[in-house]
Write a protein that binds this ligand. Structure first.
Ligand code: ADP
Ligand code: ADP
Length: 233
């Protein structure tokens, strides 16, 4: 069952007389439970594609269907609603609020949903537990290592139970051992049926996903197989 379907998506940036085609007729589908890595060098269109998938920007042409909603024609207000309901974002630099504890950071998306304080706390603690960092619930971000902060950020992305996790260079600020640990967390979440889209310039990181899609000059090509070892029978 497709959770994302993009067809012939085009995004251009106009700079004076110059036009940059950042996405050049992009077509792809993500199934529920998939773990897709989109890999490409700097300037290949990764950020632009992430902005499209995450409903942060709209294409100039083409169709984008997310969880049955045709989002390419939506107004910004509706787009924001669809984004909040469907996408949990994970960033390179974690984007945690420094004046809030780990558990308070994870509660943020739940406040926007109008959840009551007690339920919110329980829900946030469950998310922290799920990614193995509940013992640091009351620490502030600057008391945590990079890998621990990224776990908190993943817990925050999970807290609102969005159908899709969208991770933009989640290991970009981490050393290779910590990167591996964070990829293991994502693999575990995928094995628990979360749909994950990972954007990276690092082929070794991309190899951990189930599928790898290369992006180059705004065009996608799917590669054969990855190292993903999870067994689903
Ligand atoms: P990546 O994330 O892979 O580095 P981007 O999506 O940021 O690639 O960029 C794709 C192309 O679009 C590049 O040529 C980039 O310079 C151009 N681009 C991206 N954003 C803008 C913008 N806001 N204005 C003009 N050009 C842009
Ligand atoms: P990333 O490290 O995520 O690939 P980028 O360097 O591609 O980030 O882009 C960072 C921001 O700058 C994005 O919002 C992108 O749209 C914008 N941007 C990228 N290239 C250009 C450009 N040539 N002109 C203007 N804005 C750009």
């Amino acid at each position: 069952e497709a959770i994302i379907h993009m067809r012939d998506l085009v995004k251009q940036y106009k700079m004076g007389d110059n036009v940059v085609t950042a996405l050049d007729h992009v077509t792809f589908t993500v199934e529920k439970g998939d773990f897709v890595a989109i890999v490409g060098p700097s300037g290949s269109g990764k950020s632009t594609l992430m902005n499209m998938i995450g409903c942060l920007d709209k294409p100039d042409q083409g169709e984008y269907i997310l969880e049955g909603h045709t989002v390419n024609t939506l107004k910004d207000v509706q787009l924001a609603k669809i984004r909040n309901e469907n996408i949990g974002f994970i960033f390179q630099n974690f984007n945690l609020l420094g004046r809030l504890t780990a558990v308070e950071n994870v509660e943020l998306p739940l406040i926007y949903r109008g959840m009551k304080a007690k339920e919110r706390r329980e829900c946030a603690l469950r998310s922290l537990e799920q990614v193995g960092i509940v013992d640091r619930a009351n620490h502030y971000p600057n008391q945590l290592s990079g890998g621990q902060q990224q776990r908190v950020a993943i817990a925050r992305a999970l807290a609102g139970t969005p159908p899709i996790l969208l991770a933009d260079e989640p290991t970009g600020a981490l050393d290779s051992k910590t990167s591996q640990e964070i990829m293991d967390v994502l693999i575990q979440l995928n094995n628990e049926d979360h749909t994950i889209i990972l954007i990276t310039h690092d082929r070794d990181v991309a190899q951990k996903a189930k599928r790898m899609i290369m992006i180059s000059d705004g065009r996608l090509t799917e590669t054969e197989g990855t190292q993903h070892e999870s067994v689903h029978i």
